[in-house]
Design a protein. Structure first.
Length: 192
């Protein structure tokens, strides 16, 4: 426990770093200006695409929801029928188990009172029958789950991305203009 606490203490005190890019301009800055314009166009197109995706996500989620709702209603009807059958099977199961237990009580009394071999054998057989029967208790059917529009909408929106690779394109363009992109690791917290 002490070792875990020391490890956590050391980790919480250790420095935290951030990766930053440093751009070293080339002599021809007109080329870099062209890269900046392409970067801004890429970001604008990406933003528009992202917003369009978000707007379309509402309709996609609605279509999926309606389809799942129809499926849920069908499964609910099937569930109701299966549940009625389950209740009938459970009633029969309980009645049969009750009858076997009553028979067991009867044969236990006879076996105990008269030491009748046939009654004692029947008693043992009924005990085994009860254990066997108890393991075969009917199980209720699984109730269908109602679909959630909010969850579907969230999933559809998560599929939308505002990451279009514009920064990578800019870096490649910048370097093609003979500029240099340096990646640095900079300490941002708990620096000594």
């Amino acid at each position: 426990m002490l070792i875990v606490l020391l490890a956590l203490l050391l980790l919480s005190c250790s420095p935290k770093y951030k990766i930053v890019k440093e751009y070293v301009l080339p002599q021809n800055t007109l080329c870099v200006q062209d890269c900046k314009e392409k970067f801004l166009e890429c970001k604008k197109a990406c933003f528009e695409s992202y917003n369009a995706c978000l707007k379309e996500s509402v309709e996609r989620a609605r279509k999926v929801y309606l389809s799942l709702l129809k499926d849920y209603e069908r499964k609910s009807r099937e569930y109701e029928k299966a549940y009625e059958n389950y209740l009938k099977e459970l009633r029969t199961y309980r009645e049969t188990l009750y009858r076997i237990k009553e028979d067991l009580k009867f044969y236990e009394r006879i076996c105990s009172a008269y030491k009748d071999k046939e009654a004692c054998d029947k008693k043992e057989w009924l005990k085994k029958r009860i254990r066997f029967y108890e393991r075969r208790k009917p199980l209720p059917p699984q109730k269908p789950t109602m679909p959630s529009y909010e969850i579907l909408l969230k999933r559809e929106r998560e599929a939308c991305s505002c990451e279009c690779g514009c920064e990578k394109l800019y870096d490649a363009c910048f370097e093609s203009c003979r500029g240099k992109v340096r990646i640095k690791k900079v300490c941002v917290e708990n620096c000594d």
